[in-house]
Design a protein around this ligand. Structure first.
Ligand code: SAM
Ligand code: SF4
Length: 322
């Protein structure tokens, strides 16, 4: 088991497949992004080898992320290789995507037993999508969300809420759950290198919930262990919604997550400054288990040991893998 010095058991690994993306979301991507050369990224077999080691150490859930994981040409092979780790104890394989290329991978997702997909979408207005993501792919994302639903996937829609940018759409997103079994998650805007985070753009979940309560009759749903969100449902609606309040109510006490960046660095927290180069060690044929334990041993109690508000030293979100 991967237990840290605060007794937290880590059984969830998020693997970033690339720092490349086909969108340019302002809150995520720095203005002049520098993408890593291919040879610096983990190759298919390296991803599977590292993932196997984590699964043998107790990881039960793997999420692929990025950058945009579906821009990788070998993503279906990666899914196949990871699905085979079910024999070694992996229980859940899933992914977070901007949805643009989903239609090309539905079969692979089904065949590898992926049941739940998180799709990021910050607005229901096509022109606003172009302003936030700087690329004209709104209709493709919407149609791929419906394609997932038609194919019986559980779909979570991730919305980063920014004051004065898209906070006026929270009710519209919730209305979307009236007839569709979607789970919409409103995420507080977090600071990362190069994303021009400003306190004035942060809107706290409590304020949003108050607004929702003024319009709709809402019931609170029960949270599961390790849930990073608080879930709700409008009475009589098909779907649900939730708030991920990383800034106003951090959920570090129950954290079970580890991360592997696309260039093979292990991060013990989204906000950790330190990283351990597992890919370099794998290529140098160095024993990896002690390095993983060392990285876990350095995990701070909360927020990577950094101040919640203030200068956070970190990579950009797109190079960590959200
Ligand atoms: N490209 C994929 C996508 O957009 O879903 C996967 C990578 S993206 C970095 C993962 C998640 O991080 C997305 O849901 C995105 O909205 C979220 N994210 C990125 N920057 C963020 C920020 N500054 N604050 C909060 N969430 C952020
Ligand atoms: Fe790309 Fe996802 Fe970042 Fe948007 S949030 S720029 S889609 S990695």
């Amino acid at each position: 088991m991967l237990t840290d010095r605060f007794g937290r058991v880590h059984d969830y690994l998020r693997i970033s497949l690339t720092d490349v993306c086909n969108l340019r979301c302002t809150y995520c991507m720095p203005e002049n992004p520098e993408f890593s050369p291919k040879e610096k990224l983990m190759q298919t077999a390296e991803i599977i080898s590292l993932a196997r080691l984590f699964v043998l150490s107790g990881v039960k859930k793997i999420r692929l992320t990025g950058g945009e994981p579906l821009v990788r040409k070998d993503v279906d092979s990666i899914l196949n290789g990871l699905a085979a780790l079910r024999e070694s104890g992996l229980q859940e394989l899933t992914l977070t995507t901007n949805g643009i290329f989903l239609h090309d991978h539905i079969d692979a997702l089904q065949q590898t037993g992926v049941r739940s997909v998180n799709v990021s979408l910050d607005t229901l207005l096509p022109e606003r999508f172009n302003a936030i993501a700087k690329r004209d792919h709104f209709h493709r994302v919407i149609s791929n969300i419906h394609l997932l639903l038609e194919n019986q996937f559980n779909v979570k829609v991730n919305v980063v809420v920014m004051k004065g940018v898209n906070d006026d759409e929270v009710i519209d997103f919730i209305q979307w759950t009236r007839d569709y079994p979607l789970h919409v998650r409103f995420i507080e805007f977090m600071p990362f290198s190069g994303n021009k985070w400003q306190d004035k753009r942060l809107i706290r979940s409590a304020e949003l919930l108050e607004r929702v309560n003024n319009f709709l009759e809402v019931e609170t749903l029960e949270n599961k262990k390790h849930d990073t969100s608080r879930a709700f449902k409008v009475i009589g609606y098909t779907g649900t919604f939730a708030f991920i309040s990383t800034m106003s109510e951090p959920f570090c006490g129950d954290c079970n997550r580890l991360r592997l960046t696309a260039d093979g660095k292990m991060k013990n927290c989204l906000f950790s400054k330190g990283e351990i180069d597992l890919l370099g060690a794998l290529r140098a044929e160095v024993e990896l288990s002690p390095l993983i334990r060392q990285a876990l041993g350095q995990k701070e109690e909360k927020w990577g040991g950094q101040p919640l508000f203030g200068t956070t030293e970190n990579r950009s979100m797109v190079t960590i893998g959200g």
